[in-house]
Write a protein that binds this ligand. Sequence first.
Ligand code: NAP
Length: 268
Amino acid sequence: MYVFGLIGNPVGHSLSPPMHEAAYDALGLEARYVTFEPTRETFETALEGAKALGITGLNVTIPFKQDVLASPLVEADDLATRIGAVNTLDFSGETVTGHNTDASGALRALTDHEVALEGATAVVVGAGGAGRAIAFGLADAGASVSVANRTESAAHGLADAVPGASGHGLEELSSLLASADVLVNATSVGMESDETPVPADALHGDLAVMDAVYRPLETRLLREAAAAGAQTVDGAWMLLYQGVDALERWTGESAPVEAMNEALRSRL
Ligand code: NAP
């Protein structure tokens, strides 16, 4: 019996348990996905306990994604170290390894929709946790990345760390998008409100637009992007593929993507 789980605080709202358990059913895998909610003070002890108890893998969410990097127990891989956040822990080897499947999941969401990234010009709106993961991921995939953020200094800070990237304020979005191939919203704007961080008249038919926001599935940004003739990818795809990548790392099996997608979307 495998035990996997999610460690964060709070975790009660998470869609990961049904998504992963649907995968175990489809694969015929004897496994459970459990949520754990330690405090910041007990987080390190919780990781030690997870290792001692033989837990195979944990996803990590707010507020611990950055804290993990300070854990003496965890060896983060190169991408997670550069991003400065870990969302997947693998306990199956000698050492506990840390990975960032928000980055790989965002890329897989785009490539699954046949969005070409190598040589593409990409604009990432947002420089928080999701923005960092997506900007590093896109640059590693060969895209030229511009980061635009409300707090412009954070965009510059992120761009300085991402190879070849540039940082901007939101007022530059229209000019950046005129020559862009890919746009990703990595801000929380649009979450449970009909708002968008991108002016509608900056959107055009040569863009592929992904929103990290998945509640609602069709954000105002995606609605306006579709109206402009752009290709759209909703935030549930990124959420799906971060889970798919974690599951494949933990089990070494190909994830049953359709079953996981159905379990996720039926709850959104
Ligand atoms: P975060 O670290 O708190 O960053 C929030 C970002 O949103 C910052 O860039 C912030 O800009 C910007 N922002 C917030 N309010 C804004 C406003 N009114 N106008 C313009 N910009 C605003 O959050 P996060 O973890 O990156 O998450 C961002 C979004 O991505 C959330 O909706 C989250 O649910 C989603 N997400 C989705 C997935 C997925 O798998 N689909 C994964 C991770 C995150 P400032 O720097 O100026 O504050």
